[in-house]
Design a protein around this ligand. Structure first.
Ligand code: AMP
Length: 421
């Protein structure tokens, strides 16, 4: 038997209602904040991601699905969306059409990570990108949108964490201090952290190893090294979050994995999904657009993982989705009547009703079981004495009342259904 690839999952019909519910919430919240949807291709030239995300990151270093196509071009299935959105922004000169572009997306992403609960190789993200302004109010808007969506779903066990990475100058000074602090402890760090020490020192904070975290206990803190502008923007973010009643915590170890972040970074974590607890993450990326060939333009964004959010919803038991009912199910007392019933079914469907009938020549009892399985609001019986006199029996399943109606007059039936619905 051929199976799906490890870490890559089907989304089965039984799971679709919760996906649709979340997708509707995403579209509706982003629309309220006046964001426009953007869809970019599933794969891009590899250099977009290696240049945009950074050679030293885990994503580029070991997680990308990269292959050479038949023309010899190296292409990569998108592991994240910001670089792709920025590529589209620059390529289509979106900044010339309007100074601030507020964009959102829902899209599959691909990373060859070790699969575990909440970590897949094909997963789905939604997110927003606001390109064109350095206002810290947009940093807050991003957090507000993400928080609003999670809150609307009913999630309770969530926490917003924020930090600021400053601008490259102040960050370099901080990295230098951190390097000095860790230099004499380097040999005691884990192998992974020793590698990060050389290549991407901030990421040592992401280590899950207790001893690494112990060694970092008295490390210098990044906010002590912020430049004035980053500091005043960060103050603004905090006071605005307070005004909007969005609870948050400052986490000076929140460095985020990607190279392109500047100033504000944030994450929303969940207490109900286990070790992979980040539901969303984002921040400001004021240098990325230039780095990818555009005019120097500030930007800010976030990405949230749909599978992880749905896992949190399931664990907190917060999605009370309405039952997926149908309007009418036809029960045929004689299978010969199917042709006639099928025409009526067609007419009702065209009039906007959700209607079905049996295709398997099943017994009347089995057809009734189907009607109940779909919680059909009405069942129409065709056959027997009524059929002989050109009539059919319509049963309202909610109150049990039955009505005899003429067969072959779908207009009258539709009018009646519209009235009682
Ligand atoms: P990142 O782009 O790494 O900041 O991730 C943003 C969000 O996407 C995370 O907070 C997760 O919710 C989700 N995510 C990232 N990687 C995976 C993965 N491998 N499987 C499932 N969800 C993921």
């Amino acid at each position: 038997m051929i199976k799906a690839i490890t870490g890559i999952k089907d989304i089965l019909p039984s799971e679709i209602p919760s996906w649709s519910h979340l997708e509707e919430a995403i579209h509706s919240v982003f629309k309220n904040y006046n964001y426009k949807e953007i869809r970019t291709p599933v794969f891009e030239e590899t250099t977009l991601f290696s240049r945009g995300i950074g050679e030293e990151t885990d994503i580029v270093g070991k997680e990308m699905y990269t292959f050479t196509d038949r023309s010899g071009t190296s292409v990569t299935l998108k592991p994240e969306m910001t670089a792709a959105v920025v590529r589209a922004y620059v390529e289509h000169s979106l900044g010339k059409q309007q100074p601030l572009n507020k964009l959102y997306y829902i899209s599959p992403m691909f990373r060859q990570e070790r699969p575990q609960a909440g970590r897949l190789r094909q997963f789905h993200q939604f997110g927003g990108e606001a390109i064109g302004s350095s206002s810290p109010l947009l940093d807050v808007e991003m957090i507000d949108i993400a928080y609003n969506i999670l809150n609307n779903l009913g999630l309770k066990d969530i926490l917003v964490k924020i930090n600021s990475l400053g601008i490259p100058g102040s960050r370099e000074r901080y990295k230098e201090e951190l390097r000095n602090y860790l230099a004499e402890k380097k040999e005691m760090l884990s192998e992974d952290s020793r590698r990060r020490f050389d290549k991407n020192i901030l990421r040592i904070f992401d280590s899950k190893i207790d001893n690494d975290q112990n060694l970092l206990k008295d490390a210098p803190l990044i906010l002590d090294y912020l430049d004035d502008e980053s500091k005043s923007d960060f103050d603004m973010v905090q006071s605005m979050l307070e005004r909007l009643n969005i609870p948050f915590e400052i986490d000076q170890r929140l460095v985020r994995g990607l190279d392109y972040y500047t100033k504000t970074t944030f994450e929303i974590i969940s207490g109900s999904v286990g070790s992979q607890n980040a539901l969303c993450g984002g921040g400001r990326y004021d240098l990325l657009i230039e780095q990818l060939g555009g005019e120097p333009t500030p930007g800010v964004g976030f990405a949230a993982g749909i599978e992880r959010i749905l896992l949190a919803c399931e664990n907190e038991n917060v999605l009370n989705l309405p039952e997926d009912k149908i309007d009418v199910y036809f029960v045929l007392l004689d299978n010969e009547l199917k042709i006639e019933a099928f025409e009526l079914v067609h007419n009702l469907r065209s009039a906007g009703f959700k209607v079905d009938l049996d295709y398997m020549d099943r017994s009347v009892k089995a057809q009734m079981r189907e009607a109940n399985k779909y919680s059909s609001r009405f069942v129409i019986f065709i056959g027997g004495e009524e059929y002989a006199s050109g009539k059919m029996n319509v049963k309202n399943m909610q109150d049990g009342n039955q009505f005899i109606m003429p067969l072959g007059n779908s207009e009258e039936l539709i009018k009646w259904l519209v009235e009682v619905k």
